[in-house]
Design a protein around this ligand. Structure first.
Ligand code: DUC
Ligand code: ZN
Ligand code: ZN
Ligand code: ZN
Length: 480
């Protein structure tokens, strides 16, 4: 099985060059000109197009059991939709219920993911704490290729991690060479504000946004970063949606902390007015956490990406249809949180990032693929069009146009938060493990073709963190 992509321009995070790319047995075998290839090699002419590393979406929730229901895109339909949009790998979340054994949960998710059409990996959430959790974290890192642990600082009475859990788990992560990640919202404050909204008779989706103001997020980001600072552990903050969150990250980074920040394409492109929509269903379809914000926050987030204080773009892809959202008809607290996006992230970011000069093409590759690969330690196998890397590639037609719509998307959900958005710059072909899985509008995803990607523990910056910890350990005062 061999494939030659000819006449295109290779765009990596660090370089742009004219070259042909030859793939064989799932890997990139050669890059250059006038390559010698076997006779039966499939050829794609990419003249006028860009050859980029396939997108990595580091934040998805396929078939997540959540808030009394299950997200509608499963690992097959969700990864297939990703492939249609140039995303060739997802990092999803194993979320054990409090008290549930971590390895049991991991195995359950692994079984669900066997039908994935593209590559996948797992962050594992720490939702409770005891010695067995600590031991299972080690097993996950050592034997199962998990190098990141997620903490929900919101969702009180469900999966919320309090400070005790954060501190135990962050410390353990440092010992294991794994990176802690946080969903940063103050869950106690959200709980309190939700009750206040209900008491005021605000039962609709606008109550969702009103109970999660930016300060709720800023406080939690600050708390997580300060805990990480004291424990000297690197940290990754998922879905930063507001200036308050970004400001904390920027401050901590300027003080030398190893902090990484993620932003969702939807937070960059959809604003808070959606919750004022008079149509309940439309407003409810946008309920996700953190909620959409005002344009002032969106501007700040774009600048965060530009300045390098935010590193990755994701979707938090978590689909619920109208009938599922309807569970919260009389109480916004019961509307399942989540929106779709895995299919549209790259084209929307290209259109509103590259085409508007907010991102260079190389920066686009960084924030859609390379940075995630580096932060989660799978680079250069992923996130790079280079010899020896996995042949996960998107061939990008910068002139092609389409209009995003739930009527035509591949995501298994009846709503698209980017409905009606016209994009210029979309994939002409997506290649996964050296095979063409999407070509000129035709999806050829293969159920079960995706592979689990092991992510080894980090060596270098964890060693650096440990050295710092050693050299700054307090000592007792010597007394006579
Ligand atoms: N936020 C969502 O909107 N959905 C899934 C989980 C989350 O944190
Ligand atoms: Zn050539
Ligand atoms: Zn979250
Ligand atoms: Zn999420």
């Amino acid at each position: 099985m061999s494939l030659l992509i000819k006449n295109g321009t290779v765009i990596n995070a660090e370089e742009t060059r004219q070259a042909d790319v030859y793939c064989e047995n799932g890997l990139i075998k050669a890059i250059g000109h006038d390559l010698d290839v076997p006779e039966n090699t499939e050829i794609i002419d990419a003249a006028g197009q860009y050859i980029m590393p396939g997108g990595i979406d580091p934040h998805t929730h396929m078939q997540l059991p959540f808030m009394g229901t299950v997200a509608t895109d499963d690992f097959y339909t969700g990864t297939a939709a990703g492939l249609a949009g140039g995303t060739t790998m997802i990092i999803d979340f194993v979320i054990p219920a409090p008290g549930e054994n971590l390895l049991d949960a991991y195995n359950k998710w692994m079984e669900w993911a066997q039908k994935a059409a593209g590559d996948y990996s797992f962050h594992v959430a720490i939702t409770w704490w005891d010695e067995t959790v600590s031991a299972d974290m080690e097993t996950l890192v050592r034997d199962h290729g998990v190098n990141s642990f997620k903490h929900f600082m919101a969702y009180k009475n469900a999966i919320m991690a309090d400070d005790e859990i954060l501190i135990n788990s962050f410390s353990r992560s440092l010992e294991l060479g794994a990176i802690p990640t946080v969903h940063a919202e103050n869950g106690e404050l959200v709980f309190n504000l939700q009750q206040e909204m209900m008491d005021r008779g605000i039962t609709g989706p606008e109550g969702h946004a009103l109970s999660r103001p930016p300060q709720v997020e800023g406080e939690a980001v600050n708390r997580a970063l300060r805990i990480a600072e004291v424990l000297k552990v690197p940290i990754y903050v998922v879905h930063n949606s507001c200036k308050e969150a970004l400001d904390e990250i920027t401050r901590a980074r300027s003080q030398g902390q190893r902090v990484f920040g993620e932003v969702l394409a939807s937070h960059l492109l959809v604003d808070e007015t959606v919750y004022q929509n008079e149509d309940w269903e439309t407003a409810a379809a946008h309920v996700m956490s953190p909620p959409f914000r005002s344009s002032e926050h969106q501007d700040a987030l774009w600048k965060g990406l530009q300045s390098g204080n935010l590193h990755t773009t994701a979707t938090d892809h978590c689909c619920f249809c109208a009938e599922q959202k309807a569970a919260g008809k009389d109480d916004f607290r019961l509307i399942p949180n989540g929106t779709a996006g895995v299919e549209n992230r790259m084209e929307a970011l290209w259109t509103h990032g590259v085409n508007k000069g907010r991102l260079t093409m190389n920066e686009f590759v960084k924030v859609t693929s390379t940075n995630a690969a580096q932060i989660f330690n799978i680079y250069p196998r992923k996130g790079s069009v280079s010899k020896g890397a996995d042949a996960d590639i998107v061939i990008w037609d910068p002139k092609a146009k389409k209009t995003i719509s739930a009527k035509t998307h591949h995501q298994n959900v009846d709503f698209n938060v980017l409905e009606g958005m016209e994009v210029t710059g979309i994939p002409s072909h997506t290649i996964s493990a050296g095979k063409v899985v999407y070509a000129n509008g035709e999806l050829k995803a293969v159920k079960g073709a995706g592979k689990y990607v092991n992510r080894p523990p980090f060596a270098d910056y964890f060693e650096a963190q440990r050295l710092q910890t050693e050299s700054t350990k307090p000592v007792a005062v010597k007394r006579k």
